[in-house]
Ligand binder design. Sequence first.
Ligand SMILES: Cc1cc2nc3c(=O)[nH]c(=O)nc-3n(C[C@H](O)[C@H](O)[C@H](O)COP(=O)(O)OP(=O)(O)OC[C@H]3O[C@@H](n4cnc5c(N)ncnc54)[C@H](O)[C@@H]3O)c2cc1C
Length: 223
Amino acid sequence: MKLIDPYVNLEKIDGIKMMKKIEKAGRTCYKSSVLSDNSYKKFISNIIGNGHESVLEHEKVTVVIGCDVGAYKDITRHRLASFSIESTRYCNYGKDKFGNELKFIRPCNIKEGTEEYKIWERTMLEIEKSYIELSNLGAKPDQLRMLLPHSTAAELVMTCNLREWRHVFKLRCSSHAHPSIRQFFIPLLLYFREVMPEVFNDVPYDEEFPKENYAKINLVEAE
Ligand SMILES: Cc1cc2nc3c(=O)[nH]c(=O)nc-3n(C[C@H](O)[C@H](O)[C@H](O)COP(=O)(O)OP(=O)(O)OC[C@H]3O[C@@H](n4cnc5c(N)ncnc54)[C@H](O)[C@@H]3O)c2cc1C
């Protein structure tokens, strides 16, 4: 079996360009013009302060997230986001294409070397053994997936407009969210804050969450 850490891949965001587009769209409401190169800052702070957040829906961001099935079950509850998800109904991890092994997300809330970790690891190994055995007997992914636990790694693509991102971060970066979700959404929120401070600086997050557990945010050049 292979253990991996969660990750997020996304194209570098040109936050200023996005915020300027939002300002331009929003000023339609007042028939006013862009005042200066920096006027988007006050404009966006004002619309958020007034609860006029629909204007933020004019821009969206897409990310690729590698996480466990437990995390993706939770985040796909967000109905205003769009998802494409690696399907355990079509992927047979017992085949060469997948390295004939299961991939699990290393748990961030069970410490390596502890008794608890040993039990988790032993269980994953047993599940993998049974999965491969069933696969070798000719079982289809539809049948095989019934063995897969929440720790199974999977990839998904998630797209939201900026208003929905604010909402998702508020729920999923709080101490009430499962640690395996906070693990990738907190560092993603911190990146969004860096590139679009006027849109995301007021969104709170669990500041006590250990930084060493933050998932890697991989930025690629926009095509
Ligand atoms: C800490 C935590 C624990 C949770 N525990 C459970 C649990 O035990 N069991 C469980 O089933 N779920 C649970 N959930 C999921 C939760 O109930 C929501 O389904 C999920 O967080 C999506 O949130 P949302 O509906 O606000 O957001 P979205 O679906 O992203 O929608 C965004 C916003 O649009 C509006 N909206 C969307 N659809 C409608 C609609 N049909 N009618 C009116 N307004 C709408 C709402 O204002 C909503 O907040 C939990 C969530 C969190 C964060």
